[in-house]
Design a protein around this ligand. Structure first.
Ligand code: SF4
Length: 91
């Protein structure tokens, strides 16, 4: 077996291992910041007509229904557009 074939086999094996690993890692990258959520009394439901989708701190997800992020709750990418917290900001 030549060195070239061995390298090719190694790269194929590495790809078979790394591609699923990257997929799993990306899935695991969804995070919520439970400490700040608790401090701000975050909830996944609106408070009257106040919700994250109408808050200036909200960074929308891919669609109107997808979870997004919040400028106030660092490291959290599971903020519901229908959520609410005590830092709701309309101005
Ligand atoms: S500050 Fe509160 S209400 Fe506004 S987007 Fe962030 S979590 Fe939602």
């Amino acid at each position: 077996m030549s060195t070239h074939l061995t390298r090719r086999k190694f790269l194929k094996t590495a790809a078979l291992v790394l591609i699923p690993l990257v997929a799993v890692t990306r899935q695991a990258s969804a995070n919520s910041n439970s400490i700040v959520r608790a401090e701000l009394k975050y909830q996944n439901t609106p408070m009257g007509n106040m919700n994250c989708s109408t808050c200036l701190e909200f960074i929308p997800g891919k669609s109107d229904k997808d979870s997004g992020r919040c400028k106030v709750i660092a490291g959290d990418d599971e903020i519901s557009p229908n959520g609410y917290c005590t830092k709701w900001n309309s101005m």
